[in-house]
Design a protein around this ligand. Sequence first.
Ligand SMILES: [Cu+2]
Length: 274
Amino acid sequence: MPIPSAILTLVLGMILVLGGLWIGQNINLLPVDASVNAPIYDELFRVLFSIGTILFVGIVGLVVFSLVRFRRKAGQIGDGIALEGNLPLEIFWTAVPAIVVLFVGLFSYDIYERMGGMVPLGHGGHGESQATEERVWGGIGTAGAMQASSEMTVSPLPVEVTAMQFAFLFHYPDGDIISGELHVPSGRPISLKMEAKDVIHAFWVPEFRLKQDIIPGQPTLLNFTPTRPGRYPVVCAELCGPYHGGMRSTVVVESADDYDAWFQANRKLPVSEA
Ligand SMILES: [Cu+2]
């Protein structure tokens, strides 16, 4: 007795969904996670990867199956049967993508909020900018940074980032250090205030899962807490001219002691408070 096609479709559908979920949970395509924001973002990526795998394998599988199963038989000429209108099927294939898109949209919003994207800006480690009522245009607030250190006794480390064709410059107001590499201590919240000199650039560290535009004349903020010592690339992620592809720097995440040593060796100003 042949297996009814409805049962077969159901079983294949379940295998597809379970397989997609397994792949999303167990196959990791991303670089190491090196900030507090990274594991939050990775949750979203795993879900998107599962959905993408299910849709890709399901659709390509169906196309290949149809190519083989409904192939023209020898001696068969003329048009196929005229098919038109199937209301339940049309409702089904409209509703499923609508639900998937709605779910992904709401979930993305939730992740962005948990990373600090919805926190009002201007409350970072740049007290002086608040005094002058300078307008900040966008960025990631301190929520993601705060989650890291449950004891919020550590104040965020302020760093001013200047982007230009084709380099990043990092200025540490505390010690008046200007560096081509971003040095940050692991475990401490960092608050970047960024502005561009010429055209729009973007600060992107894949290991941090963070990316923020840097705009001329409109400062943006990016708050994060690095968690894993190492050297990670800082990549310009906004096409900014002919040498955009070479616009890279490095973020060096070090232990508090190593960072202090670097800071003391490079600072120009005496620091009032530790
Ligand atoms: Cu650039």
